[in-house]
Design a protein. Structure first.
Length: 98
């Protein structure tokens, strides 16, 4: 309860972080060397073992899923906090206790 307001303010920056993540997606081939499979074809056998994890499509999919989860959680936690402030109920404490 002590740092709740600070954390709520931090969650409100998530839409901005999503917008700022878009250039990273478009420049991923320049930023992350593991996206260029041809460069490491025979030199890095470890990359062949984790190819399913380190590919650009799965990276984008993970990012979309993470941002969706974070945005949904931030929405509901901020909503419940506003409800608690307006009604004075302790729903968040009941959620934590159960």
């Amino acid at each position: 309860m002590v740092i709740r307001r600070v954390l709520e303010a931090a969650t409100r920056t998530l839409p901005l972080m999503l917008i700022l993540f878009i250039p990273i997606l478009f420049g991923a081939r320049h930023i992350y060397p593991w996206t260029d499979r041809g460069k490491f074809a025979g030199n890095a056998p470890m990359l062949d073992k984790i190819d399913h994890y380190l590919n650009l499509r799965f990276f984008i999919l993970r990012a979309v899923i993470y941002f969706a989860i974070w945005l949904v959680l931030a929405y509901f936690l901020n909503k419940w906090s506003r409800e608690q402030d307006s009604s004075g109920t302790r729903r968040s404490q009941r959620r934590c206790a159960s």
